[in-house]
Write a protein that binds this ligand. Structure first.
Ligand code: UDP
Ligand code: MG
Length: 321
């Protein structure tokens, strides 16, 4: 079913965060421009569509190259951030920066590990009424075994922690203007985009694509950055770690109770070591009570944390009035 409100030729923006990408930009802009122009020629997107490079405080020639592309072709536009703020924030700057000028935006990595050919499929899903289209890697073949297993661990950990994310989806996605407006309602400082889009809701679709080798330059995601990214994701969406504290306290408490029973039985049978029970049991007991109370405080901290983020309580989709 085609959404009646969808414009026949939506204005599309391709948002590309770039950090020290001088080695790939020439080729990336050429390929993305080819995709954009072919979609315009096929009348699938409006001629106002454009590419939007976000320079995330690069220290190499990235910005001067973007400026030169813009000079040559006004379909290429750019934004330079004052300093390096990291991939997620750069992406957000781009998406929120374009949202008033477009009907939908696709975010893609500058190294084109994401197959740009899938953009056309994203648009198909958009035309069918999806507000968010997730690009999902078909396999992780080009990744080193270490990166592959850490990525797998990441998705599993997220699931255990109750964070809803799309498996094998890494910020290659289309979002309608409506979805971007909704994301802009999330006022929290640490915005974990992969979780936020799922949290927003709306109609979504998935498009599989083949992930490729980075064709030049090096990955800008170090191990340390990946760990901090995963921690960010969990602490942005889950209070499960706080609840763990309560459960651990409860477990220690129950253990101390069982021990008391065991010792009382031993005493009744006459096997006693003087002073042992009166020393060990209170240690476990008080330890358990303390950890449990910490968990209780944690529950309140969790509530405060949710309030502080000031997230929207609901997002309206359609209203008939
Ligand atoms: N990136 C960014 N700011 C950063 C780090 C990375 O804008 O601080 C961009 C980078 O230029 C690329 C994308 O984020 O377009 C993904 O980074 P990369 O390819 O290095 O990550 P990987 O594919 O290795 O996970
Ligand atoms: Mg990459």
């Amino acid at each position: 079913m085609v959404d009646a409100l969808r414009p026949g030729q939506p204005t599309l923006s391709i948002v590309v965060p770039c950090y020290n990408e001088q080695l790939v930009l020439e080729e990336s802009s050429r390929r993305l421009l080819a995709v954009l122009c072919s979609l315009v020629e096929a009348r699938r997107i409006s001629p106002q569509s454009f590419i939007y490079f976000v320079d995330d405080g690069s220290t190499d020639k990235t910005w001067s190259m973007i400026a030169a592309f813009h000079e040559r072709n006004p379909l290429i536009k750019g934004l330079r951030l004052a300093r390096n703020v990291g991939h997620q924030n750069a992406l957000l700057a781009g998406l929120l920066g374009v949202r008033e000028r477009i009907d939908c935006a696709v975010s893609i990595d500058a190294d084109l590990q994401h197959d740009e050919g899938a953009i056309s499929l994203f648009l198909e899903k958009y035309n069918e009424g999806a507000d968010i289209v997730y690009g999902v890697r078909q396999d992780r073949f080009p990744d080193a075994p270490l990166k592959r297993s850490t990525a797998l661990g990441f998705y599993n950990l997220m699931r255990i922690m109750g964070v809803k994310i799309i498996k094998n989806h890494a910020d290659y996605r289309l979002a309608s203007r409506k979805a971007l407006e909704a994301v802009s309602e999330y006022k929290e400082f640490n915005l974990f985009l992969r979780g936020v889009f799922v949290d927003v809701g709306f109609r979504s679709a998935v498009v599989p694509f083949q992930v490729r080798e980075r064709f030049a330059g090096k990955s800008k995601y170090s191990m340390a950055k990946m760990v901090s990214f995963a921690l960010d994701g969990i602490t942005s969406f889950s209070v499960v770690p706080l609840r763990f504290v309560t459960f651990i306290g409860l477990a220690i408490f129950i253990f101390s109770c069982l021990m008391t029973v065991f010792i009382l039985v031993s005493v009744a049978r006459g096997n006693v070591v003087p002073g042992w029970a009166s020393t060990v049991i209170p240690i476990y007991f008080i330890g358990g009570v303390q950890v449990m109370l910490m968990g209780l405080i944690g529950e309140y901290v969790g509530k405060i944390y949710k309030e502080v983020k000031g997230r929207p309580r609901f997002i309206k989709d359609i209203e008939l009035f």
